[in-house]
Design a protein around this ligand. Structure first.
Ligand SMILES: *Cc1c(COP(=O)(O)O)cnc(C)c1O
Length: 390
């Protein structure tokens, strides 16, 4: 063997093994497609769905298993599946639990891309859906049929922020033996205990508070039911929905500070929502923790915290151009989707295009996601931009 030959193979099959006594604050970041088995017997006996061994990078690594366990603990579940976005988590639930001929029920204020998915992808595969009134459990109960296999609940509703009677909605579904999946992105495992309320599945867009950096897209599907978990895990693996190790690393790094960040976002948001509520052009503040907001009593009965999101309804008499000028005049608030990061965000929404019945909310809706800036600076920014509405 030439020395060159020894070198190139030696660089790959080098005998040195570092000592195994390493211990440090951050967990290790393990990256792999191939997982090496010690023997043919090990290759043949390992089962990917049991977390007792490793089979292939897509099926999990020490890094992703660790994140899954921590997220299951956060939400009060026992099993967790990571997906490459929150929306992929929604898809994992839908495709794991629904088949052609089934029906799924969604709240009319569900996260927009979730209803788009039902109306296009699911419909194309013969899975029908209906929208129910999230503020009326009797409406949900009346829509459940022999074909209904899954009910999604979300608290509060997307953009319009109504907080539903979760207990009533879950009871209506359970009374007819239908599974309940919660989109728990807003609650984040911190505002209330989803499994104590009786949901079967909690889906969490880690893109928001668990990431906290506006830099990672990821989702988690958590349950206490092993059979449900295995049904969803099978589809998840077949669709190839793995997550990258460095993305998991970012979430693991940010999770310990999430409770502190969540409560800071919450405190600032309540203060700024109250400030805006005192402005004459603001006809209504939609923040579940503030009295007068739709579903406030349900929020108070269910939650101990409230995230950093709220919307306001501006005077319907204002021309839309002025509302746009107000949003454009904000300096610290950046215009953009998503939430949970350090930078405050703002988006004007066209409710006419989003809701079939919007009679309860006349006017222009503007949604704010409150970041981690000093609240006095954010209030000053809102005050200077409000001049555009005068
Ligand atoms: C952001 C979000 C999602 C989707 O998460 P992505 O990671 O952006 O795909 C789902 N539900 C809610 C309520 C969200 O806010």
């Amino acid at each position: 063997m030439s020395s060159h030959q020894d070198l190139i193979t030696g660089l790959i099959h080098h005998p040195y093994q570092p000592p195994d006594s390493w211990d440090a604050v951050p967990p290790g970041v393990f990256k792999a497609s191939t997982v090496i088995f010690p023997s043919v017997a090990a290759l043949r006996s390992r089962v990917y769905s049991a977390k007792t061994g490793y089979t292939y990078g897509l099926r999990g690594t020490p890094t992703t298993f660790l994140l899954e366990e921590r997220l299951a603990t956060l939400e009060g579940g026992t099993h967790c599946i990571l997906s490459p976005s929150g929306l992929a988590g929604v898809m994992t639930v839908n495709l794991g639990l629904l088949k052609s001929g089934d029906e799924v029920l969604l709240p009319s204020n569900v996260y927009g891309p979730s209803s788009d998915m039902a109306a296009s992808v699911l419909a194309g595969w013969g899975i029908t859906h209906q929208l129910y009134d999230p503020m009326n459990p009797a409406d949900l109960a009346a829509r459940i049929s022999a074909r209904t296999r899954l009910v999604w609940v979300e608290a509060p509703g997307s953009v319009t922020m109504e907080f539903p009677d979760l207990t009533g909605l879950i009871a209506a579904a359970r009374a007819k033996g239908v599974l309940v999946a919660l989109d728990n992105t807003w609650g984040a495992g911190l505002a209330f205990r989803p499994f104590d309320l009786g949901v079967d599945i909690s889906m969490h867009a880690l893109t928001k508070y668990p990431s906290g950096g506006a830099d990672v897209l990821m989702g988690a599907v958590i349950t206490r039911d092993e059979a449900l978990h295995l049904r969803m895990l099978k589809v998840h693996g077949q669709l190839g929905l793995g997550v990258a190790a460095n993305d998991a690393e970012f979430i693991l790094r940010a999770l310990p500070s999430m409770p502190l960040r969540y409560h800071a976002h919450d405190a600032s948001a309540r203060e700024l929502a109250a400030f805006l509520g005192r402005q004459a052009v603001v006809k209504q503040v939609l923040h579940p923790a503030l009295p007068g907001s739709p579903g406030h009593a349900h929020w108070a009965a269910t939650c101990t915290a409230a995230a950093g999101l709220f919307s306001v309804m501006l005077d319907p008499a204002l021309p839309g151009t002025k509302v746009d000028a107000f949003v454009d005049a904000l300096r610290l608030f950046k215009i953009g989707y998503s939430w949970g990061g350090p930078v405050s965000l703002v988006v004007p929404y066209d409710l006419n295009a989003m809701r079939t019945d919007r009679s309860a909310l006349p006017g222009h809706l503007v949604r704010f996601s409150i970041g981690l800036e000093a609240v006095a600076d954010l209030q000053a920014d809102l005050a200077q931009a409000l001049v555009a509405l005068a």
